[in-house]
Ligand binder design. Structure first.
Ligand code: NAD
Ligand code: ZN
Length: 359
């Protein structure tokens, strides 16, 4: 069976595209209880961008703190309960921020029309009813959350996405100017999520011409941004990175991640390590999976003087390593891709623990 996947309905791209949001929303404002909900990264509270959010009097604006934890099922449930209690069902939900905020917006758009906790819907095609209109406005680039079919949430039991056709944004607003304030480490970690998505997509069973076409372009853009003559944070590179993120996401949609994301999920679930950073910690040590790409990655770290500590595993107890390996082992789709459908005959939890001990 081939994946029959849903793409973003509409995309607006370019410097200043943020200014078009109000016009785009005008056509949607009459739906449901006729108000919009803006979910905005708390970083922007009190900043210039906050004043530019086109919220009308009837709208709700939430500045969400995502620095403590990655998005949780409780956070989405609480927001949903508050919105429904105070104003009813919104006409639309707009997420302005990185992967965390976009995932909250995607999940929320489903949860305002589906009963019960978002925990019930973590998985593939478990959502029962279509959500409301939703728009993604990335402010840090690399995750591909702007185009993916999943809204990743951490619940009491699992870190897993709400994944279905309705999860995908109706509208993406890709304004490279919004990336200008991201600090260098974060710019690198999130950008590397894109680079790693493409390398993982091409290093396994599910790779194909569709995935390659997008992945090659995304990788070429990442190489210009991180290693080219004009490498570094500037508007020209932000324009490229925004498209690299989108294409990396599309490459991945038609392939799969592998060992690096499996280890990264273990780090995030057990230690709360942020996604892009966790990927970087793992990728550095996975030469047997990703070959020369690991050396290329190391030269990017060096060029941009990025913090990536080593020797972390010395501080981890056996139980911690065991718990992370348990999370990573239980991602069979990733190991199918990375090792092959017979991976269970070749690969054990002990092997995964050995990888964690390298970090
Ligand atoms: P993020 O949203 O977690 O934000 C990282 C940091 O950057 C935060 O401190 C935030 O405040 C800050 N930030 C964001 N924009 C900024 C700006 N313009 N200026 C200054 N600071 C800014 O980062 P991320 O790496 O984009 O997202 C990671 C999350 O995305 C994880 O929760 C992960 O699970 C999820 N994810 C989802 C998908 C998907 O397909 N849905 C894919 C990959 C990752
Ligand atoms: Zn990722």
């Amino acid at each position: 069976m081939h994946k029959n996947f849903k793409n973003i309905d509409k995309i607006v791209y370019g410097k200043g595209a943020f200014n078009q949001i109000d016009d785009i929303l005008a056509a949607k404002r009459d739906e449901n209880d006729k108000f919009m909900v803006f979910i905005v990264d708390k970083y922007f509270e009190g900043k210039e961008l906050a004043d530019r959010i086109p919220a009308h009097d009837e709208d709700m604006v939430f500045f969400e703190d995502i620095d403590q934890y990655e998005p949780t099922t409780d956070q989405v449930d609480n927001l949903r309960d508050k919105i429904l209690a105070e104003k009813g069902v919104p006409a639309g939900i707009i997420g302005i921020g990185g992967g965390s905020i976009m995932d909250i917006a995607k999940a929320l758009s489903l949860m305002v029309t589906n009963e019960g906790s978002s925990q019930l819907y973590q998985g593939l095609n478990l959502v029962k009813k279509a959500g409301v209109y939703h728009m993604g406005v990335p402010t840090v680039a690399g995750t591909g959350a702007e185009c993916s079919m999943t809204a990743v949430l951490t619940g009491p039991v699992k870190k897993l996405g709400l994944k279905c056709d309705w999860t995908v944004f109706n509208q993406a607003v890709l304004d490279p100017e919004l990336l200008s304030t991201v600090d260098t480490n974060q710019w690198f970690y999130t950008g590397m999520d894109c680079y790693i998505h493409c390398i993982e997509a091409e290093s396994g069973l599910y790779f194909n011409a569709y995935s390659k076409a997008y992945g090659d372009q995304a990788l070429a853009l990442c190489r210009e941004v991180y290693l080219g003559d004009n490498a570094g944070q500037n508007l020209e590179n932000d324009e490229k990175l925004m498209i690299a993120s989108l294409f990396g996401g599309l490459s991945l949609t038609y392939s799969e991640v592998g060992a690096c994301h499996a280890l990264s999920y273990g780090l995030s679930k057990i230690l709360g390590t942020r996604h892009g950073y966790a990927n970087c910690l793992a990728f550095y040590h996975l030469e047997e999976f990703y070959g020369d790409a690991v050396n290329e990655f190391k030269s990017m770290i060096e060029k941009h003087n990025v913090d990536l500590p080593q020797g972390l595993s010395k501080e981890w107890s056996e139980e911690t390593i065991d718990a992370m390996a348990e999370v990573a082992y239980n991602l069979p789709h990733m190991w199918n891709h990375a090792i092959g459908l017979d991976w269970k005959e070749k690969w054990t939890k002990e092997d995964i623990k050995k990888l964690y001990r390298r970090l």
